[in-house]
Ligand binder design. Structure first.
Ligand SMILES: Nc1ncnc2c1ncn2[C@@H]1O[C@H](COP(=O)(O)OP(=O)(O)OP(=O)(O)O)[C@@H](O)[C@H]1O
Ligand SMILES: [Mg+2]
Length: 328
């Protein structure tokens, strides 16, 4: 379908499948910079998809195209099988966008803000009252609904921002780094709200540069850097890309070299490096292997003072794929 054909509301693109969102080969340039470079992914009903990447990776530009705020240079976005674009008001109705920057009125209460935005969505009076109560409950602000939002904490304002995106019960909710700069209590409340939405069957597109959030919330994660999705999969699938090995560090006194030789005999140990007081082991399945390793090192005369297991996480995956740390 060419970009200038506007299909009528009943037209579904044939190969969209059951996915709520299909993103195909999106490209967007700003001057000489290719901010988004051939990005594709899909999100099914009830699925939470994470775009995990550092500052400037192209997350906000990607979701701005998905939400129809800016035009793609090429590629396509289908929401419920219908093609999204800046002029597709009917398609935009299926998504809720929670932008990185807050969009709420400080001199209105939380409830008044929700009612105001709900009326813009053309919710009728009774439906609006009911929905505002539901949303307040979902974002954990029922108790503070009557307070002016200029008196809210940063995290409470963000939660209200999320609530506004939810009023019209979209099929797809898009959240752009919703926990940046919020207090731990609000962060917890935000993550819990997102989990609850996914249980209700909403599709969620969640951008973050916090790997803990991607690990906790997302069924699938696209690791994005320099405008490209470098790898995609569940947390466990991504971690396997690093080779699936764990690391164990042993500190102690005794003859380190004798202990190193003894440990090299163990089948689960792949590599042993030693310096004066420390052994660095590369092993398969560290939690299972550690008991045998400790026994073997002790038998070899090492008196252990410290044992540390490190298993790969998404941070290691990012490093493996890009050679860089996820955080500055
Ligand atoms: N309107 C614009 N004009 C020029 N360059 C832009 C514009 N918007 C984004 N860019 C550039 O595109 C690249 C991707 O930016 P984008 O905002 O999508 O990254 P991001 O992953 O959302 O980063 P952050 O985590 O900091 O929000 C950056 O190099 C940015 O400077
Ligand atoms: Mg951004």
């Amino acid at each position: 379908m060419s970009a200038d054909t506007v299909p009528d509301e009943s037209t579904r693109v044939p190969d969209a499948g059951d996915d709520v969102l299909v993103v195909r080969s999106l490209v967007r340039r700003f001057g000489g910079i290719t901010a988004v470079d051939d990005v594709s992914f899909r999100i099914g009903q009830g699925e939470t998809y994470g775009l995990l990447g550092p500052n400037g990776a192209g997350k906000t530009t990607t979701i701005s195209m998905v939400a129809g705020l800016i035009r793609a240079d090429s590629g396509a976005t289908l929401v419920n099988g219908r093609e999204m674009g800046p002029d597709r008001v009917d398609v935009k109705h299926h998504i809720g966008l929670v932008p990185q920057n807050l969009a709420i009125y400080p001199d209105l209460t939380g409830r008044e803000n929700l009612r105001y935005f709900g009326r813009l969505q053309r919710l009728g009076r009774e439906a609006l009252d009911r929905r505002v109560d539901e949303v307040l409950e979902l974002i954990g602000l029922t108790d503070r609904a009557g307070d002016l939002t200029k008196e809210y904490s940063g995290g409470m304002k963000r939660r209200l921002n999320i609530g506004i995106g939810l009023l019209h019960q979209p099929r797809l909710l898009i959240l752009d780094e919703p926990t940046v700069g919020v207090d731990p209590q609000s962060r917890h409340a935000i993550l819990e709200s997102v989990e609850a939405l996914s249980v209700e069957g909403m599709a969620v597109l969640y951008t973050t540069h916090y790997m803990e959030e991607a690990e906790r919330l997302c069924d699938r994660i696209g690791i994005i850097d320099e405008g490209r999705i470098q790898a995609e999969g569940s947390r466990d699938e991504l971690v396997r890309l690093t080779g699936g090995v764990d690391h164990i560090r042993l500190n102690g006194s005794g003859d380190i070299d004798v202990a190193a030789d003894a440990l090299r005999e163990l089948p689960e140990v792949e590599q042993v490096d030693a310096d004066r007081r420390t052994l660095y082991l590369t092993v398969r399945d560290a939690p299972t292997a550690v008991a045998r390793i400790v026994t073997s090192a002790t038998r070899a005369g090492l008196s252990l003072t410290d044992v540390e297991i490190t298993r790969p996480d998404l941070e290691s995956v990012f490093l493996h794929l890009t050679g860089k740390a996820l955080r500055d």
